[in-house]
Write a protein that binds this ligand. Sequence first.
Ligand SMILES: [Zn+2]
Length: 141
Amino acid sequence: MKFCLRYGNREAHYIEGVKHLFALHDRTKGMRHLKISATKNYKRGKYLYAILKLLAGDHVEGMNLLDVHKWRSNTYVVDKLWNQVKRSLHEVPIIKNSFYCTNMILIMPPRACELNKLENRCSKCFYYKEMARFMELVHRG
Ligand SMILES: [Zn+2]
């Protein structure tokens, strides 16, 4: 693993990020590694980093990251990506942060968006529902 990191392997940074964030509970280090994998255009890293940024209240940065590849209008690609991320988080207990819910409420979409139907996303509720999907893992943990 050390070898991979030294050579800037994008996936290695993603894995280190997940490890520090959710297993070692070192948010600073974890986010640093995820950011590197995102910057190097590792899609899983970019997606997870964006979601965690949204949940941390950095809404603009998170939204911009999700918009780079026009994911808002291509939910098929996002769903595939999410399944990969979910698989990589399998059996990693994700503890809820107290600020997650507050930061979701701040960008709550209109009621017409049917908040319980996560698979139906329009441009108004896309970001919110991506966060909500991640939160399902959190509650399970
Ligand atoms: Zn909507």
